[in-house]
Ligand binder design. Structure first.
Ligand code: GLP
Length: 245
């Protein structure tokens, strides 16, 4: 069963996840980290940067694989997940961009199968992911595994769900400018990571957190596939996200 920690604040939850990341990199300087984007992760990366500096951690050999990327955005678009990661983590710690992997969103537009296969191969060639950070969408998505995703799904191009696009729309200046598709690691890909760390903060996540931890497995809520299918799953919540437990 997952280890669930209810923290006094979102910040405490973020720090707990960041300390574990720092411990991992200290013990294994060539660790392979699975990274996520979204507001939930901002505090995690800020705390990790602080901790890495405080410990003078050598991050020059760390390799990273992000979960997903939007399709159809210009390479220099600030909404690209690579840009988010540069801003919050790679830039502050000078992680070389060759060590930071993302699914190839440009190639995916014309060769979805090839882009997906190569991302899977790159993860495998790196020796698999040691620790994967995960947020949850309000509709229960993990990465961009939207409702309808199977537990053995692999990296692929996916149509974004209406609720996902609506949540993202403000940052794209409205629904019309919001991407319709993304390339994402699959649930099966994610479940192969050696450790999974799910973070969810705030009242808006409470219903989906309750389903993740107590609900039946349901492809309409892909986060329900995590609980019974992984031996090293920890969940960090704040009180608001844990309100319905
Ligand atoms: C996006 C990402 C997910 C993330 C989710 C929640 O859709 N693809 O990986 O978990 O948003 O984002 P937030 O942390 O901003 O609530």
């Amino acid at each position: 069963p997952p280890i669930v920690t209810i923290h006094g604040s979102a910040d405490e939850g973020a720090v707990a996840a960041a300390l574990e990341l720092a411990d991992l990199v200290e013990a294994k300087p060539d660790a392979v980290l699975g990274l996520a984007t979204g507001g939930t992760m901002v505090g995690v990366y800020a705390a990790f940067v602080r901790e890495a500096r405080a410990r003078s951690l050598d991050v020059s050999r760390v390799r990273t694989f992000n979960l997903d990327e939007y399709l159809g955005l210009a390479v220099d678009d600030a909404k690209r997940f690579r840009h988010f990661m540069e801003l919050h983590l790679f830039g502050p710690l000078s992680i070389p961009s060759e060590h930071a992997h993302f699914p190839d969103a440009e190639r995916a537009q014309t060769d979805a199968v090839g882009a997906a296969r190569d991302y899977e191969s790159a993860i495998e060639a790196a020796g698999g992911i040691d620790l994967q950070l995960l947020g949850i969408g309000r509709n229960g998505h993990i990465a961009f595994n939207e409702p309808g995703s199977s537990p053995d799904s692999r990296t692929r191009v996916i149509e974004l769900h209406g609720a996902t696009r609506a949540d993202a729309a403000p940052s794209f200046g409205g629904l019309a400018g919001t991407p319709e598709r993304a390339i994402t690691m699959g649930m099966g890909t994610i479940l192969e990571a050696r450790a999974l760390r799910v973070l969810a903060f705030g009242e808006a996540k409470a219903p989906v957190v309750e389903r993740m931890l107590h609900g039946e497995e349901d492809p309409e809520t892909p986060c329900t596939f995590l609980r019974g299918r992984h031996g090293d799953l920890a969940v960090h919540l704040d009180r608001d996200a844990a309100r319905l437990l």
